[in-house]
Design a binder for this molecule. Structure first.
Ligand code: ARG
Length: 569
């Protein structure tokens, strides 16, 4: 039931009666309706000054006249106050409408099919080979994962891409270092850490002995030329890195449909360089091939270096083309830190200059930096927090809290994992993505305040009420949900579908995270103020229905941002 539209129609009919001949369209009236800031002023308000010009009457006169002509069973009452016509929807009817619709839709409540037949490619996480997965990768991984789930919920076909950073001379150096000082077993055991050690040693020794650099370059050339030994080692480095990363992805519940990264585009760069040439966009600049973007207020984008090598940008251009040809996407989202704002502006401008109209759906979904307990992270200064360590620590801390608060809980370990990891994910997705954030244990793992554990706890609390109530087959009396606490919960549940769509249109999963907190707060207020297990069975059934739908909606909101809420905690 669309109350806004129903009220708009009602207002139009009253207009006909009060001011014959001065008809307005229901759509226009619906557009004029406002939501009063305070529910005591009604659920909807029509500001009549918007009509006073056409009717040549003062707003209070209009609102009085309309009020006298309004009649509708779904309205509890209508008030005319200082030129505003305030509508009070019948609360029992509103509660019934919202709750029954959500109940019927079940876990699909809020979903849609507006994306049917459309494809979204999402480039997220996109880690670099032979580097460890650290806290700085949390945002891209979880924002991307959330967008993937949200788009899917709206019926889109999604392609999750981990655009691996697996190309560049550093991999030649790594092979050289490995051949000189490494051995298979140690790298197998130590994983990425061992590879990093080899690389650091290489860089240090190359300072003394520049011949090493030549050797590194030669090995990279060998990768490029497809030398079997070089490829074998290089691919093995990738396997080891991904095995390390997969442990983290498993903890976070994150998956990808493709790992086509930079090396995948190696043999596709010549094609796009040709495209640039044919479009007359390439210019020579000190031996390099560039696209001049001065006219657009940007530095040139380099596509071929003076030594003939291609760049990150060249491979990204090849990737856009490949993704278009392979997936025929409607949208292609790049979840990458704001440090790369310029890169993506230049890249998208280049596709525009190429006349690649289909690339209009590309969007850079940027985000801010993460610091840890007030400290900026820096690889160079060794201040680095690995994601795997952070998650494990969080699980341990959650386990300790459970041990203290509910020692008798079943599957403590499993629940601790859900809470510990959920707390970190929630923290990463709580603020608007462009904000820099500082991770602190106090804010992430607190059971009070705007945190994941708080929302998860509320979900479990609702579950416990429902278990305690058992079966209740009395018909619900929805008039028992007329109080402001219940109504506030219902309004939020009603707003869930729109919130999801707003999150998509702004590529902002944090809107759903915030929504989950608002709903949890409203539900807790209801829980404290209203007696759910009332002796009046009709009232009890209605409040249990509200509890069930609030729980279902919190669960889904968390699920959409990649968090699994435990049943008990
Ligand atoms: N590996 C890159 C980095 O760590 C991010 C890649 C993002 N995706 C892309 N298509 N450029 O900076």
């Amino acid at each position: 039931m669309d109350f806004r539209m129903m009220i708009a129609k009602c207002a139009c009919e009253a207009m006909e009666k009060a001011f014959p001949g001065a008809a307005i369209q229901a759509e226009d009236a619906a557009g004029m309706l406002e939501t009063p800031p305070d529910p005591a002023m009604g659920d909807y308000a029509l500001p009549c000054f918007k009509l006073s010009k056409a009717l040549r009457k003062a707003p209070p006169m209009i609102s009085d006249a309309l009020k006298a002509n309004i009649e509708a069973p779904f309205l509890e009452r209508v008030e005319s106050v200082k030129g505003y016509l305030n509508f009070f929807v019948d609360r029992a009817m509103y509660a019934k409408e919202v709750l029954l619709a959500a109940e019927q839709a079940g876990e699909k409540y809020g979903s849609g099919d507006e994306g049917s037949g459309k494809t979204v490619v999402i480039d997220y996480s996109s880690i670099n080979i032979a580097k460890r997965f650290h806290i700085g990768h949390l945002s891209t991984t979880m924002i991307g994962n959330a967008l993937y789930k949200i788009y899917k919920f709206l019926g889109y076909e999604c392609v999750g891409v981990n655009h691996l950073g697996d190309w560049g001379t550093q991999f030649g150096k790594m092979i050289s270092a490995y051949k000189r000082w490494g051995d298979r077993e140690t790298v197998m055991k130590g994983g990425v850490d061992e590879m990093v050690k080899l690389y650091v040693r290489f860089t240090a020794e190359a300072k003394e002995n520049p011949a090493l650099d030549d050797e590194g370059r030669a090995w990279f050339k060998a990768i490029e030329d497809g030398n079997p030994e070089a490829l074998e080692i290089f691919n093995w480095f990738k396997e080891v890195t991904l095995a390390d990363a997969n442990r983290v992805y498993d903890m976070l519940g994150v998956k990808f449909d493709s790992y086509a990264g930079e090396s995948f585009y190696h043999d596709k760069t010549a094609g796009v360089v040709e495209d640039l040439k044919n479009a007359g966009l390439l210019k020579e600049d000190q031996g390099a091939q560039i696209v001049d973007l001065e006219e657009y207020g940007m530095p040139p984008m380099i596509f071929v270096r003076s030594d003939g090598a291609t760049l990150y940008a060249t491979r990204d251009l090849a990737a856009i083309k490949y993704r278009h040809e392979t997936y025929n996407f409607d949208k292609c989202l790049y979840v990458v830190a704001y440090q790369q704002d310029l890169h993506f502006k230049q890249l998208f401008k280049t596709t525009e200059l190429l006349g690649w109209d289909w690339a209009k759906g590309c969007e850079h979904v940027n985000f801010g930096m993460v610091s840890y307990e007030g400290q900026a992270l820096s690889t160079r200064e060794g201040r680095i927090v690995y994601l795997e360590d952070l998650l494990s620590q969080s699980v341990e801390k959650a386990e300790a809290i459970i041990e203290e608060k509910s020692p008798g809980l079943e599957n403590k370990r499993e629940v601790a994992k859900q809470i510990g990891i959920g707390a970190v994910v929630f923290f990463a997705l709580f603020n608007g993505r462009i904000k820099d954030i500082d991770f602190t244990w106090d804010r992430a793992l607190n059971f009070e305040g705007e945190t994941g554990p708080y929302v998860m706890y509320t979900h479990a609390r609702a579950g416990s009420v429902l278990r305690k109530a058992g079966e209740c087959d009395c018909a619900p009396d929805f008039s028992a949900l007329s109080d402001p606490e219940a109504q506030a919960v219902i309004k939020l549940i009603d707003a869930f579908p729109d919130t999801i769509r707003l999150a998509v249109s702004r590529s902002e999963p944090s809107l759903i995270t915030r929504f989950s907190v608002e709903l949890a707060k409203a539900f807790n207020k209801f829980y404290y103020e209203c007696r759910i297990l009332d002796d009046d069975m009709g009232a009890r059934a209605a409040r249990l229905c509200l509890t069930k739908i609030a729980k279902q909606t919190i669960y889904k909101a968390l699920d959409l941002i990649g968090i699994k809420a435990p049943e008990r905690m």
